[in-house]
Design a protein around this ligand. Structure first.
Ligand SMILES: Nc1ncnc2c1ncn2[C@@H]1O[C@H](COP(=O)(O)OP(=O)(O)OP(=O)(O)O)[C@@H](O)[C@H]1O
Ligand SMILES: [Mg+2]
Length: 271
Protein backbone atom coordinates (compact mmCIF):
# COMPACT_ATOMS: atom_id res chain seq x y z
CA UNK A 1 0.00 0.00 0.00
CA UNK A 2 1.35 3.43 -0.89
CA UNK A 3 1.46 5.95 1.90
CA UNK A 4 -0.90 8.90 1.58
CA UNK A 5 0.33 12.42 2.30
CA UNK A 6 -1.83 15.50 2.67
CA UNK A 7 -0.09 18.79 1.90
CA UNK A 8 -2.44 21.05 3.72
CA UNK A 9 -2.85 24.49 5.15
CA UNK A 10 -6.17 26.30 4.93
CA UNK A 11 -4.32 29.55 4.23
CA UNK A 12 -4.36 30.35 0.52
CA UNK A 13 -1.27 30.88 -1.60
CA UNK A 14 1.29 29.47 0.83
CA UNK A 15 2.88 27.13 -1.74
CA UNK A 16 0.89 23.89 -1.30
CA UNK A 17 0.50 23.09 -4.99
CA UNK A 18 4.05 24.13 -5.85
CA UNK A 19 5.43 21.97 -3.05
CA UNK A 20 3.25 19.00 -4.02
CA UNK A 21 4.53 19.08 -7.60
CA UNK A 22 8.16 19.57 -6.60
CA UNK A 23 8.27 16.98 -3.82
CA UNK A 24 6.58 14.50 -6.14
CA UNK A 25 9.27 15.16 -8.71
CA UNK A 26 12.14 14.66 -6.22
CA UNK A 27 10.58 11.53 -4.73
CA UNK A 28 10.47 10.05 -8.22
CA UNK A 29 13.70 11.36 -9.73
CA UNK A 30 16.01 11.28 -6.67
CA UNK A 31 14.58 8.25 -4.84
CA UNK A 32 12.85 6.18 -7.54
CA UNK A 33 9.42 6.31 -5.87
CA UNK A 34 6.28 5.59 -7.88
CA UNK A 35 4.26 8.74 -7.30
CA UNK A 36 0.59 9.64 -7.68
CA UNK A 37 -0.18 13.36 -7.50
CA UNK A 38 -3.80 13.95 -6.55
CA UNK A 39 -5.29 17.36 -7.21
CA UNK A 40 -7.99 17.77 -4.58
CA UNK A 41 -8.56 21.52 -4.88
CA UNK A 42 -11.46 22.74 -7.09
CA UNK A 43 -9.17 25.58 -8.26
CA UNK A 44 -7.23 22.81 -10.03
CA UNK A 45 -3.85 24.56 -9.74
CA UNK A 46 -1.89 21.31 -9.71
CA UNK A 47 -3.72 20.06 -12.80
CA UNK A 48 -2.79 23.32 -14.53
CA UNK A 49 0.81 23.25 -13.19
CA UNK A 50 1.13 19.81 -14.82
CA UNK A 51 0.08 21.34 -18.14
CA UNK A 52 -3.43 19.92 -18.31
CA UNK A 53 -6.59 21.95 -18.86
CA UNK A 54 -9.04 21.29 -16.00
CA UNK A 55 -12.06 21.75 -18.26
CA UNK A 56 -10.82 19.04 -20.63
CA UNK A 57 -11.81 16.34 -18.12
CA UNK A 58 -15.39 15.13 -18.15
CA UNK A 59 -14.68 12.64 -15.34
CA UNK A 60 -12.50 13.38 -12.33
CA UNK A 61 -12.03 12.43 -8.68
CA UNK A 62 -15.35 14.20 -8.02
CA UNK A 63 -17.21 11.46 -9.92
CA UNK A 64 -15.32 8.71 -8.08
CA UNK A 65 -16.16 10.32 -4.73
CA UNK A 66 -19.88 10.45 -5.44
CA UNK A 67 -20.08 6.99 -7.04
CA UNK A 68 -17.63 4.57 -5.47
CA UNK A 69 -18.16 2.05 -8.27
CA UNK A 70 -16.38 4.41 -10.73
CA UNK A 71 -12.59 4.17 -11.22
CA UNK A 72 -10.34 7.12 -10.34
CA UNK A 73 -9.62 9.02 -13.60
CA UNK A 74 -5.84 9.23 -14.12
CA UNK A 75 -3.42 10.91 -16.53
CA UNK A 76 -0.49 8.59 -17.15
CA UNK A 77 1.47 10.50 -19.79
CA UNK A 78 4.18 11.94 -17.50
CA UNK A 79 7.62 10.37 -17.15
CA UNK A 80 7.90 10.83 -13.41
CA UNK A 81 4.39 10.55 -11.98
CA UNK A 82 0.73 9.82 -12.51
CA UNK A 83 -1.76 12.67 -12.05
CA UNK A 84 -5.31 12.42 -10.76
CA UNK A 85 -6.64 15.70 -12.20
CA UNK A 86 -9.55 17.78 -11.02
CA UNK A 87 -11.71 20.74 -11.96
CA UNK A 88 -14.35 23.05 -10.55
CA UNK A 89 -16.86 20.19 -10.36
CA UNK A 90 -15.11 19.15 -7.15
CA UNK A 91 -16.72 22.21 -5.49
CA UNK A 92 -20.20 20.88 -6.38
CA UNK A 93 -19.10 17.47 -5.16
CA UNK A 94 -18.36 19.03 -1.76
CA UNK A 95 -21.98 20.23 -1.54
CA UNK A 96 -23.39 16.90 -2.74
CA UNK A 97 -21.27 15.01 -0.23
CA UNK A 98 -23.46 16.47 2.52
CA UNK A 99 -26.06 13.83 1.76
CA UNK A 100 -23.93 10.69 1.34
CA UNK A 101 -23.04 7.99 3.83
CA UNK A 102 -19.65 8.23 5.56
CA UNK A 103 -18.96 11.51 3.82
CA UNK A 104 -15.71 12.15 5.69
CA UNK A 105 -14.06 8.97 4.42
CA UNK A 106 -15.12 8.98 0.75
CA UNK A 107 -11.65 10.01 -0.44
CA UNK A 108 -10.06 7.30 1.68
CA UNK A 109 -12.36 4.75 0.07
CA UNK A 110 -11.39 5.96 -3.41
CA UNK A 111 -7.65 5.91 -2.61
CA UNK A 112 -7.73 2.50 -0.93
CA UNK A 113 -8.57 1.04 -4.35
CA UNK A 114 -5.46 2.49 -6.08
CA UNK A 115 -2.87 2.87 -3.33
CA UNK A 116 -1.35 -0.54 -4.06
CA UNK A 117 -0.18 0.81 -7.44
CA UNK A 118 2.00 3.55 -5.92
CA UNK A 119 4.72 4.03 -3.31
CA UNK A 120 3.35 7.39 -2.39
CA UNK A 121 0.26 9.49 -2.98
CA UNK A 122 0.60 13.26 -2.50
CA UNK A 123 -2.69 15.13 -2.07
CA UNK A 124 -2.71 18.81 -2.98
CA UNK A 125 -5.41 19.99 -0.55
CA UNK A 126 -7.75 22.98 -0.94
CA UNK A 127 -7.26 26.18 1.10
CA UNK A 128 -10.35 25.68 3.28
CA UNK A 129 -11.50 23.89 6.39
CA UNK A 130 -14.57 22.30 4.77
CA UNK A 131 -15.64 18.80 3.83
CA UNK A 132 -12.93 18.40 1.18
CA UNK A 133 -10.19 19.22 3.69
CA UNK A 134 -11.70 16.81 6.23
CA UNK A 135 -11.64 14.09 3.55
CA UNK A 136 -7.94 14.81 2.93
CA UNK A 137 -7.03 14.46 6.60
CA UNK A 138 -9.23 11.39 6.98
CA UNK A 139 -7.47 9.70 4.02
CA UNK A 140 -3.90 10.65 4.92
CA UNK A 141 -1.27 8.70 6.82
CA UNK A 142 0.86 11.82 7.12
CA UNK A 143 0.31 15.55 7.11
CA UNK A 144 2.86 17.98 5.74
CA UNK A 145 2.06 21.62 6.52
CA UNK A 146 3.48 24.30 4.23
CA UNK A 147 3.57 27.61 6.11
CA UNK A 148 4.50 30.84 4.40
CA UNK A 149 7.13 32.66 6.46
CA UNK A 150 4.75 35.49 7.30
CA UNK A 151 3.18 36.23 10.69
CA UNK A 152 -0.37 35.94 9.26
CA UNK A 153 0.25 32.46 7.88
CA UNK A 154 1.78 31.19 11.13
CA UNK A 155 -1.14 32.54 13.18
CA UNK A 156 -3.69 30.95 10.84
CA UNK A 157 -1.99 27.57 11.08
CA UNK A 158 -2.90 27.29 14.76
CA UNK A 159 -6.57 26.65 13.73
CA UNK A 160 -5.36 23.86 11.46
CA UNK A 161 -3.55 22.18 14.33
CA UNK A 162 -6.74 22.16 16.41
CA UNK A 163 -8.70 20.66 13.51
CA UNK A 164 -6.02 18.04 12.93
CA UNK A 165 -6.15 17.04 16.58
CA UNK A 166 -9.95 16.66 16.38
CA UNK A 167 -9.69 14.53 13.22
CA UNK A 168 -7.25 12.17 14.93
CA UNK A 169 -9.62 11.89 17.89
CA UNK A 170 -12.76 11.30 15.85
CA UNK A 171 -12.00 9.98 12.36
CA UNK A 172 -8.38 9.07 11.63
CA UNK A 173 -6.29 7.97 14.62
CA UNK A 174 -3.43 6.91 12.25
CA UNK A 175 -2.71 10.44 11.03
CA UNK A 176 0.78 11.74 11.86
CA UNK A 177 1.83 15.37 11.66
CA UNK A 178 5.05 14.56 9.84
CA UNK A 179 6.42 18.00 9.22
CA UNK A 180 6.20 21.70 8.63
CA UNK A 181 7.74 23.26 5.55
CA UNK A 182 8.32 27.01 5.80
CA UNK A 183 7.91 28.44 2.31
CA UNK A 184 8.88 31.51 0.29
CA UNK A 185 11.66 32.36 2.74
CA UNK A 186 13.96 35.30 2.12
CA UNK A 187 16.85 35.32 4.60
CA UNK A 188 17.30 39.08 4.11
CA UNK A 189 13.82 39.81 5.48
CA UNK A 190 13.63 40.07 9.26
CA UNK A 191 9.91 39.24 9.44
CA UNK A 192 10.63 35.96 7.61
CA UNK A 193 13.27 35.03 10.20
CA UNK A 194 10.83 35.96 12.97
CA UNK A 195 8.18 33.74 11.39
CA UNK A 196 10.60 30.78 11.49
CA UNK A 197 11.28 31.49 15.18
CA UNK A 198 7.53 31.61 15.82
CA UNK A 199 6.96 28.31 13.99
CA UNK A 200 9.74 26.71 16.07
CA UNK A 201 8.24 28.06 19.31
CA UNK A 202 4.69 26.92 18.47
CA UNK A 203 5.78 23.37 17.66
CA UNK A 204 8.19 23.20 20.61
CA UNK A 205 5.26 23.91 22.94
CA UNK A 206 3.18 21.24 21.20
CA UNK A 207 5.78 18.50 21.72
CA UNK A 208 3.96 17.39 24.90
CA UNK A 209 1.03 16.31 22.69
CA UNK A 210 1.79 12.86 21.14
CA UNK A 211 0.38 14.01 17.79
CA UNK A 212 3.13 16.62 17.40
CA UNK A 213 5.92 14.84 19.29
CA UNK A 214 7.80 13.75 16.14
CA UNK A 215 6.91 16.70 13.89
CA UNK A 216 9.97 17.94 11.96
CA UNK A 217 10.40 21.57 11.03
CA UNK A 218 12.22 21.39 7.73
CA UNK A 219 14.65 23.91 6.32
CA UNK A 220 12.70 26.65 4.57
CA UNK A 221 12.08 26.61 0.83
CA UNK A 222 13.59 29.88 -0.40
CA UNK A 223 11.54 32.49 -2.25
CA UNK A 224 12.53 32.61 -5.89
CA UNK A 225 11.06 33.83 -9.13
CA UNK A 226 12.11 30.56 -10.81
CA UNK A 227 9.29 28.71 -9.03
CA UNK A 228 6.67 30.74 -10.86
CA UNK A 229 8.59 30.51 -14.14
CA UNK A 230 8.84 26.72 -13.84
CA UNK A 231 5.11 26.57 -13.10
CA UNK A 232 4.33 28.62 -16.20
CA UNK A 233 6.36 26.11 -18.22
CA UNK A 234 4.40 23.28 -16.52
CA UNK A 235 7.59 21.87 -15.02
CA UNK A 236 8.90 21.14 -11.54
CA UNK A 237 11.79 23.44 -10.65
CA UNK A 238 14.31 20.61 -11.09
CA UNK A 239 13.42 20.22 -14.76
CA UNK A 240 13.44 23.98 -15.35
CA UNK A 241 16.74 24.86 -13.59
CA UNK A 242 18.86 21.79 -12.89
CA UNK A 243 21.27 23.62 -10.53
CA UNK A 244 18.84 25.83 -8.66
CA UNK A 245 19.92 26.30 -5.01
CA UNK A 246 16.39 25.45 -3.73
CA UNK A 247 16.62 21.92 -5.16
CA UNK A 248 18.75 20.67 -2.27
CA UNK A 249 16.11 21.66 0.30
CA UNK A 250 13.35 20.04 -1.76
CA UNK A 251 15.36 16.87 -2.29
CA UNK A 252 16.14 16.63 1.44
CA UNK A 253 12.45 16.87 2.36
CA UNK A 254 11.64 14.25 -0.27
CA UNK A 255 14.41 12.08 1.23
CA UNK A 256 12.81 12.26 4.68
CA UNK A 257 9.46 11.31 3.19
CA UNK A 258 11.06 8.47 1.25
CA UNK A 259 12.62 7.05 4.41
CA UNK A 260 9.12 6.33 5.70
CA UNK A 261 8.44 4.08 2.71
CA UNK A 262 9.57 0.49 3.31
CA UNK A 263 11.98 -0.59 0.53
CA UNK A 264 10.18 -3.08 -1.71
CA UNK A 265 13.01 -5.66 -1.91
CA UNK A 266 13.47 -5.65 1.84
CA UNK A 267 9.74 -6.10 2.32
CA UNK A 268 9.87 -9.18 0.05
CA UNK A 269 12.93 -10.67 1.82
CA UNK A 270 11.50 -10.08 5.27
CA UNK A 271 8.03 -11.15 4.28
N1 LIG B 1 9.27 29.25 -3.03
C1 LIG B 1 8.57 30.09 -3.78
N2 LIG B 1 9.12 31.27 -4.18
C2 LIG B 1 8.43 32.16 -4.91
N3 LIG B 1 7.17 31.96 -5.34
C3 LIG B 1 6.58 30.80 -4.99
C4 LIG B 1 7.23 29.81 -4.20
N4 LIG B 1 6.37 28.78 -4.01
C5 LIG B 1 5.24 29.12 -4.66
N5 LIG B 1 5.35 30.33 -5.25
C6 LIG B 1 4.35 31.05 -6.02
O1 LIG B 1 3.33 31.47 -5.11
C7 LIG B 1 2.04 31.36 -5.72
C8 LIG B 1 1.15 30.45 -4.86
O2 LIG B 1 1.71 29.16 -4.86
P1 LIG B 1 0.79 27.86 -4.83
O3 LIG B 1 -0.28 27.94 -5.87
O4 LIG B 1 1.68 26.70 -4.83
O5 LIG B 1 0.13 28.05 -3.39
P2 LIG B 1 -1.13 27.27 -2.78
O6 LIG B 1 -0.94 27.24 -1.31
O7 LIG B 1 -1.29 25.97 -3.46
O8 LIG B 1 -2.33 28.24 -3.18
P3 LIG B 1 -3.90 27.93 -2.99
O9 LIG B 1 -4.16 28.05 -1.53
O10 LIG B 1 -4.58 28.98 -3.80
O11 LIG B 1 -4.14 26.54 -3.50
C9 LIG B 1 2.28 30.80 -7.11
O12 LIG B 1 2.30 31.89 -8.01
C10 LIG B 1 3.66 30.16 -7.03
O13 LIG B 1 4.36 30.18 -8.27
MG1 LIG C 1 -2.98 25.18 -4.37
Amino acid sequence: MGSVWALFNMSGGVGKSTLTQNLGYHLASDYGAKVLLLDFDPQASLTTFMGKSPTSFSETIANSMLDLSLPLPLVDEFEWCTLAPTNIYLAQCEIKLGGVMQKETRLKQVLDKVSGDYDIILIDCPPSLGQLAINCLAAADNLLIPIQTEYKSVEATINLLQMTFEITQQINPHLKVFGVVPTMFDSRVNSHKEAIEMITEVFEKLKANPLFKDTTIFDPVPRGIDFATATRKHLPLGLHRKNHPALEVLSNIAGSINQTIAPKEEAVING
